[in-house]
Design a protein around this ligand. Structure first.
Ligand SMILES: [Zn+2]
Length: 460
């Protein structure tokens, strides 16, 4: 009797789970966006006076609050830690792969990805990256190659794939060397080709290829220096306009690709603003999903990078900023617990610190003085952090370390980690809570799309 009830119970949930299926899938991938990068960003919005967030709540936080959250791992067949190629391949194909492989399983065989299966079903597909479109993540959704470095080969495969939307940086791989005629070929295949923000806003037609930089697109923090280049939000708006013409639905992969780059650099302000570019794209997606209710938005990361978080440290008593109401030092006496003001300071940054150093290196030797470096960094940070105590006050690595030390901003690494990741699915679709592995994602998403090819056996 009890067993009979259990079967009925499971059966009820199986049926109610199948009742809701999505027509469209929008898959948002924050490259390198581990839990700490998400937390660092949401915490900064909550505790700073950024005019873009009058209610002090990020769109990411709102999105998570309205969604189902799961945790997952991303280890590959041969390694604990992965790169974007191995991870994106595992996500797009559902098969274990290895770092550096694009769209191939660990034995080196090409495996069908979710985009190819969608096309077989008559759906439209598209990829967007604000790094470059031949980079590992978008490549794993549209191509197959033994190494992520085969960017010219990947570019040719992307056009041959017939994907309806391809937007990002990487123009060079479509116009140079062996691919000199690739844009001509793309136009012949029906692509509207655009290369700046204005053209993108006006673009019509069934197929859209937009390439907005020779290599990677600019960092969001420097967007005012690049006014003709679209943002991730601009590209997403255009992609939805093109893809939503297909009545059979679409899959769009949107990569916020330079979160990873900023985290690799351990650059706090740039990391914050790369999260902003993803965050300002989310309302475009959620309002599309509000109007088109059969749209599933899934947001996750390929791997974790950097691991930013504020950490307390021990300073001399003059520098310690926190005392209790009686003016006494807090626990430990010389422990500085980091002030909330650091969030507003973080937001003042207006350039990628690495590029400031690159500009410095281009100056004539007589101008490469500690004073010049100090002035350039002050301007980029939007406030003064003194470098005069450093052994070499023009050395970028020392400066960067010092800036993070003064902020109290800690980083675990300049690389990727194996850390557990967060996956967020909106809209009440089943199967996205709990702990899983990124090779299971394709099945979860295709089940939500009602493809039902891999329904689990009834365990009873
Ligand atoms: Zn990376």
């Amino acid at each position: 009797m009890k067993k009979w009830l259990l079967i009925l119970f499971i059966g009820f949930f199986a049926v109610s789970g199948q009742a809701k299926t999505a027509k469209n899938l929008i898959w948002v991938i924050g490259d390198g966006m581990g839990p700490s990068a998400m937390g660092f960003f949401m915490e900064a919005v909550r505790n700073s006076s950024n005019p873009a967030y009058p209610d002090k709540q990020s769109n990411l936080e709102k999105f998570i609050n309205a969604s189902e959250v799961g945790l997952y791992f991303n280890n590959t067949h041969v390694s604990v830690v992965t790169d974007s190629a191995g991870s994106a391949t595992q996500m797009a194909t559902g098969q274990y792969s290895i770092p550096d492989y694009i769209g191939q399983d660990y034995s080196g065989l090409d495996v069908k990805n979710i985009m190819e299966e969608a096309q077989e079903r008559g759906m439209s597909v598209g990829v967007i990256s604000d790094a470059y479109v031949t980079d590992a993540t978008p490549a794993a959704f549209l191509a197959h190659a033994r190494g992520r470095g085969q960017k010219y080969n990947i570019a040719r495969q992307m056009i041959a794939s017939g994907a309806d939307v391809i937007l990002g940086g990487g123009l060079k791989y479509f116009t140079q060397g062996e691919n000199k005629k690739l844009l001509k070929e793309a136009k012949k295949q029906g692509y509207t080709v655009v290369t700046d923000k204005k053209q993108l806003a006006k673009a019509k037609g069934k197929k859209l290829l937009g390439l907005f930089a020779d290599e990677a697109m600019p960092f969001y923090i420097e967007k005012d220096l690049n006014p003709t280049v679209p943002t991730l939000k601009d590209m997403t708006q255009a992609a939805l306009r093109i893809l939503s013409q297909n009545e059979k639905g679409f899959i769009l992969m949107v990569e916020a690709g330079k979160i990873d780059w900023a985290l690799h650099e351990n650059d706090g302000g740039s990391s914050f603003y790369e999260m902003v570019t993803l965050d300002e794209t989310l309302p475009v997606l959620t309002s599309f999903a509000d109007k088109n209710e059969d749209t599933l938005i899934y947001l996750n990361a390929d791997h974790e990078t950097g691991v930013p978080a504020f950490a307390y440290r021990h300073l001399d008593s003059k520098q310690v900023r926190h005392k209790n109401a009686q003016g006494e030092m807090l626990y430990g006496g010389n422990t500085d617990y980091v002030d909330y003001k650091e969030f507003d300071k973080l937001l003042k940054q207006n350039r990628v610190l690495y590029y400031v150093n690159e500009d410095f290196k281009k100056l004539p030797q007589e101008k490469r003085t500690p004073e010049t470096m100090q002035a350039m960094m002050d301007k980029a940070l939007g406030y003064h952090i003194d470098f005069s105590s450093l052994p070499n006050p023009t050395d970028y690595q020392q400066i960067k370390q010092h800036i993070n030390d003064v902020k109290g901003l800690s980083w675990n690494t300049g690389n990727h980690t194996s850390g557990m990741l967060i996956g967020v699915a909106d809209g009440g679709y089943d199967g996205f809570t709990g702990v899983y592995h990124n090779t299971q994602l394709k099945d979860k998403l295709t089940q939500a799309l009602g493809w039902n090819e891999n329904l689990p056996e009834d365990e009873d």
